[in-house]
Write a protein that binds this ligand. Structure first.
Ligand code: ZN
Length: 365
């Protein structure tokens, strides 16, 4: 059959095929995620098999054994996860410092048994509506662990050192690297002397007044610049590597800024650990997918879903039915790729079946 005729015939049939497929898919639950990133590691043969059965396609590995397991079960391995480096912890406001000390239990006896300590911390975090780096619901919320001031890592000296160490043992055949935890302890900026000096220079250079809007512009620019500098450095050593990152912690009032980063796979939250309403999940999914290429044409926006399966944790709790509901919303909003943390939740009984249904293949590779 001549190619042109075949193409025309096929094009003519498209609405029919598409119509059939969508009606059929909707009734049989056939619409599935085609790519599934897992923020867990395949540490045993049994786990690796379960992840593959759940439909995981891309996964972090931390050693040779995990690398081999990922490959054996047909998953794409990423070599370790980079978190930011800097000369000292970020500086927050006195009010934020007080909150941080309370929810991180700085006042508690270091010799206190771990279980008892955790119970107190969960109670405090629930009381203070701590959101673990997700969108805050109260005016003051911070991370529970300090993040280094990456803005002050001049010339990327400490960052390059850390990256060199991470990349040194990468086995031949890894697909790339994960990045996480790049952001501000208080979600909006670091107020150390070096950052403040850079901020003043920024204002003078752009002839801007010192306003909340200027601060937001400056700290977002520093954040995006750091991400891009890290990615440029990794790719200078491994040009073929792909970079998958999770936008975390949240940057206040500008949650979906991730498309400004030249990552290959930018995971942005569409459903945090704490349950969100359907319209919000839908809106965020559409934005993450639809605006992924606004700044970089090669970038892919990956909808991220936070999942805690522990009912007693202050990190929220979702049942398998909750997860199914969220996956259906993401799919119906046009999401066809997915990223989940914690990864180990994917293979827990009850949850595993849900992921298999929406992400798994008929017969795992
Ligand atoms: Zn700083």
């Amino acid at each position: 059959m001549p190619k042109l005729f075949a193409a025309l015939l096929f094009a003519g049939m498209l609405p029919f095929i598409a119509g059939c497929r969508s009606a059929e898919a909707a009734s049989s639950g056939e619409v599935k995620f085609r790519r599934f990133f897992c923020w867990g590691v395949p540490n045993t043969e049994a786990n690796a098999r379960k992840y593959a059965e759940a439909g995981v396609t891309d996964i972090e590995v931390k050693n040779r054994k995990q690398f081999d397991l990922a490959r054996k079960y047909g998953m794409t391995p990423y070599w370790k996860c980079f978190t930011p480096a800097g000369p000292y912890p970020q500086v927050v406001t006195p009010e934020e410092e007080k909150y941080f000390a309370y929810i991180s239990g700085r006042d508690l006896d270091p010799k206190m048994p771990k279980a008892e300590r955790l119970k107190i911390l969960h109670r405090r975090r629930i009381e203070k509506q701590h959101r673990y780096g997700g969108e805050q619901v109260v005016e003051v919320d911070t991370q529970s662990k300090p993040i280094p001031c990456f803005v002050s890592d001049d010339g990327l000296r400490l960052t390059r050192e850390k990256l060199d160490k991470l990349m040194k043992d990468a086995p031949e055949g890894v697909a790339g690297m994960f990045l996480d935890f790049i952001g501000y302890t208080n979600h909006h900026g670091c107020f150390c002397e070096k950052c403040l000096a850079k901020y003043r220079k920024f204002l003078a250079g752009k002839k801007l007044a010192d306003t909340p809007e200027s601060k937001k512009l400056f700290y977002r620019e520093k954040l995006v610049d750091y991400y891009n500098a890290v990615i440029t450095y990794i790719k200078s050593k491994h040009p073929a590597w792909k970079i998958a990152l999770h936008i975390y912690p949240d940057f206040r009032d500008d949650h979906l800024y991730g498309n400004r980063i030249k990552a290959d796979y930018c995971h942005q939250t569409v459903a945090w650990y704490f349950k969100w309403e359907e319209p919000k999940i839908r809106k965020y999914t559409k934005s993450v997918v639809g605006h992924a290429k606004d700044f970089y044409p090669h970038a892919e926006g990956i909808p991220f879903l936070g999942l805690s399966t522990d009912e007693s944790s202050s990190l929220g709790y979702k049942t398998p039915a909750d997860v199914e509901r969220e996956l259906k919303i993401i799919l119906s909003a046009g999401g066809r790729t997915l990223s989940v943390c914690s990864g180990s939740a994917i293979i827990e009984p009850g949850y595993h079946e849900v992921f298999r249904k929406y992400c798994g293949k008929a017969s795992p590779r």
